[in-house]
Design a protein around this ligand. Structure first.
Ligand code: KG4
Ligand code: ZN
Length: 339
């Protein structure tokens, strides 16, 4: 089965062609990063306008790079929630029109679940496992029993981890996108130069919950203390110290959840799963006998292949949508879904 996957939930305009859920024939990602850079963040109206202009070309390129023509596509999958509504609607409208014209099924895919599934495309991992979903909008530790069976064990109660990276980078004028820049700068910084606080949370039944707003504020206040608001473009020690603490907050919960649940496999996904420190700390779990997988860098951040890959599972099990498919900015997959 050949699935076209479309992803336009934020600032990446992507389309991919995936055969039988595993063979990525193409994965075209047209990034808008340079166009949002002057604003140090994604401008929703600009994002949806650019998707509108680019989507047809991106899909055309994905089909061509796969060495196929439109008539070879068996189904169209599209991220339809959560995300920026205007951006999502561009992908959803295009996917429906494409499916209607070719008389093939269309299916809406939850963007967060697609991130969590991404590593399965390249490195299949047996269920159950501990899922670690870390992106610009979400920070979730969960028990994954199947591609659609996810129980949230812990989540951030305020900022997402990627959001903290982005905001710290913005305040320090380190560059954009923040996560990528901080990761790079940290390599030449001293991670022990600043000892930022981790959260002390009393979350009762939800011991794996996290918080990132306190860390973010502490790092930003550091700027005021020492520089009176004047940022230096190369503050590698701040970057490295922040990154160590941000990854530490997550890894502490991951280790505790592994111990308490008895799960022996771990898989991460989402933009922050591209972080080099997080990848090495996750990999270190293998020394304790755990099996660890995460997607290749291209499949960590937003991409159409993860959408097509997950869609294949749903389609195989007989799920699909109709022309009533629409977009939603809201998280439906994880809210209030504590076990
Ligand atoms: O998954 P994604 O592309 O979009 C969302 O669904 O949010 O994730 C984007 C996030 C941004 O916050 C970005 O700064 C972060 O992933 N990110 C990173 C790295 N690469 C991207 N954070 C830390 N280290 C990285 N190498
Ligand atoms: Zn994403």
């Amino acid at each position: 089965m050949i699935v076209l996957g479309i992803e336009t939930s934020c600032d990446e305009c992507s389309a991919a062609v995936v055969r039988d859920g595993h063979e990525i024939l193409s994965n075209v990602i047209a990034t808008q990063i340079e166009l949002h850079k002057p604003y140090q963040g994604v401008v929703p109206e600009l994002a949806s306008r650019l998707h509108t202009e680019w989507i047809a070309q991106v899909v055309k390129a994905a089909v061509a790079q796969a060495g196929l023509s439109n008539s070879d596509i068996d189904a169209v999958a599209v991220s339809n929630r959560p995300g920026l509504l205007g951006s999502l609607l561009v992908g959803v409208s295009f996917a429906k029109a494409f499916a209607y014209a070719l008389d093939i099924p269309v299916i809406g895919i939850d963007h967060i679940r697609a991130h969590l599934y991404a590593s399965q495309i390249e490195t299949p991992l047996e269920y159950p496992y501990l899922g670690v979903l870390v992106s610009g909008g979400h920070t979730v530790i969960c028990r994954v029993d199947g591609y659609d069976e996810i129980k949230v064990l812990g989540t951030t109660i305020d900022d997402a981890i990627g959001e903290a990276f982005d905001k710290v980078a913005k305040f320090y004028k380190l560059g954009y996108p923040g996560g990528v820049v901080i990761d790079k700068l940290s390599r030449s910084g001293d991670p022990m130069a600043f000892l930022f606080p981790g959260p002390t949370l009393d979350r009762g039944d939800h011991p794996y919950d996290m918080s990132y707003s306190g860390l973010k504020t502490a790092v930003i206040n550091q700027l005021d203390k020492f520089r009176n608001g004047e940022a230096e473009a190369s503050d590698v020690n701040i970057a490295a110290s922040f990154q160590r603490c941000a990854v530490g907050i997550l890894m502490k919960r991951v280790r505790a959840a592994l111990k308490d649940t008895g799960l022996t496999r771990v898989s991460a996904g989402g933009g922050v799963a591209a972080n080099s420190l997080l990848r090495s700390e996750l990999k270190d779990l293998e020394k304790g006998g755990y099996t660890v997988t995460f997607p290749s860098l291209k499949l960590c951040t937003d991409n159409g292949a993860m959408v097509a890959g997950l869609a294949f599972r749903y389609l195989q099990d007989g799920y699909c949508d109709d022309m009533g498919l629409t977009a939603s900015s809201r998280v439906v997959a994880f809210k209030h879904s504590y076990p």
